[in-house]
Design a protein around this ligand. Sequence first.
Ligand code: NAP
Length: 269
Amino acid sequence: MSKLNLSGKVVIITGSSKGIGKATALELLQAGARVTLNGRSPQALEATAQAFRHAGYADAILPIAGDVSQAEFCESLIQQTLAHWGRIDILINNAGAGFRGRMEETSPRAFKDVVDSNLMSAAYCTLAALPEIRKNKGSILFISSLSGIRGLPNNGPYCAAKMALTALAETLRIELHGSGVHIGLHMVGITDYDEDKRVIQADGQLIPIRRRSHHTRQQVARIILHSLRRRRFKVVYTPLGKLQVFFQRFFPGMVEWLLLKSANSEIYK
Ligand SMILES: NC(=O)c1ccc[n+]([C@@H]2O[C@H](COP(=O)([O-])OP(=O)(O)OC[C@H]3O[C@@H](n4cnc5c(N)ncnc54)[C@H](OP(=O)(O)O)[C@@H]3O)[C@@H](O)[C@H]2O)c1
């Protein structure tokens, strides 16, 4: 199968002022793509845009600050990108907040925030960008997580949102079969993160996280580019993630037993 050349492609990456989105933006710029950057904080977005300008990519970036959990903003993000570059080839639905907390302690507001930022953002941006991406036979990627394989303790809203991304990607893949549009779903493992990264707690407060990562942001970014070039559908990260998928499919009872045994361990806190 021939590899897609990413040079000259127009890519929107939601949540690209930091983390995986920022690392992916850099890899795409290095591959010759033009990238619309996004994040809610104008200051963080401008700092990232400035770093990319200093690296020589001033003409290849378009920073647009705003919240992709709002449908109106998603429409505007797509229209501004189209007005600036004249086309859109690839949408990477990457923005999304993490979560920690038991369901019985979770406020409706916190649940909604997690679902809005991980699921509704991807749905709104996809709906707005689809006509243009269909025209260009482009790609739509969903950045999900190994937490999207099944429901896990202490992570209900996040698992629910990420599992729903699988359904959304599967639906689109069938509906768009034969259209030339590529749909990709990345079930990412625990990735290294910025010092200031925060996740939503059950009561809605933002809290720092401490955990050992499986891979770096740059490694994730390179896998994303590889999957775009090869037009891959489902990408499950890490050997442990692949084992999780296998056991969940063939031995779900055993997985549940293991989770019951380990529900209070450090990895779910
Ligand atoms: N890091 C991991 O271990 C890991 C593992 C599996 C999957 N993932 C997934 O990978 C994606 C990126 O995670 P990450 O760790 O790179 O996150 P991160 O370091 O916290 O960065 C998140 C980025 O998204 C932006 N953002 C968040 N909510 C937004 C919204 N509603 N509208 C617009 N921008 C928004 C943030 O900027 P502002 O805060 O300024 O808006 C920031 O640029 C997420 O979907 C996450 O679920 C991450």
